[in-house]
Design a protein around this ligand. Structure first.
Ligand SMILES: Nc1nc2c(ncn2[C@@H]2O[C@H](COP(=O)(O)OP(=O)(O)OP(=O)(O)O)[C@@H](O)[C@H]2O)c(=O)[nH]1
Length: 296
């Protein structure tokens, strides 16, 4: 009898900064969502698809679960997490080896009661000082939730990823592939471009402007020879503008230059990029404004 094909949705969840984006990207094998050293950089649901001989994994990367800040943005983010977990076939709960905080614990009530579809991925094992601690750590977590499997991994060093994929594959339902075989992402290039610009902003001024800005691609003209892109950075307050600009506009210059270089790599052609700032008061706390700007 031939091996049946399996295909299903996989959610990668965990508190901010545990390495969810790095792990999804390493599993999929391409840079589809943006990795940043700052927390809270993945506010969108991102699908990436990995197709193997007998399986297709459709990854849903969810925003960081959080309780520290109030507001419409966070309620929406938590709703996305709950909904995602109910929808998918397999949940990969990512934690950081040796570290367990309130942020991790807060996610447990959102996991399905029955643990059969939940795999615990203990990430960053490369950074662990004492390997023996891992055993006690996993034991403690297993007493908090009935995980169906536990896989220690290093997303950064690509360790144990095949093992994790095998555990996920076993839990996918039988079915035909949902995506074209070479599909990397169902997000448009424009979306990825906006994320690239946002990543540059976070890296440069993320400490001063946490969540306070988003990027909207306002113009996108692309031919075989090149692309012309206009991107608008929407901030909440007038006071955010000088932070983004930096002395003599140096921050904006750097953001635009670095983003342009990445866009050239992404599109593999010359890119003209114009980036400007718009102030829109209180946007991050208004659900309707969020929707308008493309947050689900
Ligand atoms: N040492 C080590 N660092 C890692 C590993 N995986 C991820 N990181 C680092 O951890 C940081 C956070 O990684 P992300 O992938 O952005 O984490 P995230 O959970 O998606 O974060 P949010 O988008 O804030 O929810 C980055 O600096 C990564 O390089 C790993 O296996 N080992």
């Amino acid at each position: 009898m031939s091996t049946p094909f399996r295909c299903g949705f996989v959610a990668v969840v965990g508190r901010p900064n545990v390495g969810k984006s790095t792990l999804s990207n390493a599993l999929i094998g391409a840079k589809v969502s943006i990795v940043s050293r700052k927390a809270q950089t993945t506010r969108h649901r991102i699908h990436g698809v990995l197709t193997r001989e007998h399986e297709q994994f459709v990854f849903v990367d969810t925003p960081g679960f959080q309780t520290r800040h109030g507001g419409a943005m966070n309620r929406m983010m938590n709703r996305v997490v709950t909904q995602t977990l109910a929808d998918v076939d397999v949940v990969v709960h990512v934690v950081e080896a040796g570290k367990w905080s309130a942020g991790d614990a807060n996610l447990l009530p959102l996991l399905p009661k029955d643990g059969t579809k939940v795999i615990l991925a203990v990430n960053k094992i490369d950074a662990l000082k004492n390997r023996d601690d891992l055993f006690a750590y996993v034991g403690k977590l297993a007493s908090l939730y009935p995980y169906d499997a536990v896989v220690p991994v290093s997303a950064l060093k690509s360790r144990q990823l095949d093992h994790l994929l095998t555990e996920i594959a076993q839990r996918l339902p039988e079915g035909e592939p949902m995506f074209e075989v070479d599909a990397l992402t169902d997000r448009s290039t424009r979306f990825i471009a906006a994320e690239l610009i946002r990543e540059k902003i976070f890296r440069l001024v993320g400490d001063e402007l946490p969540y306070a800005c988003t990027v909207v691609i306002e113009q996108w003209e692309e031919t075989e020879k090149g692309a012309s892109v206009a991107a608008c950075i929407v901030v909440e307050r007038d006071s955010h503008r000088p932070i983004l600009l930096g002395a003599g506009g140096q921050h904006m210059k750097r953001i635009a230059t670095e983003a342009r270089q990445e866009l050239i790599k992404l599109l593999d052609k010359p890119v003209h990029l114009e980036v400007y700032i718009k102030v829109r008061k209180g946007w991050s706390d208004k659900e309707s404004a969020l929707r308008e700007l493309g947050y689900e």
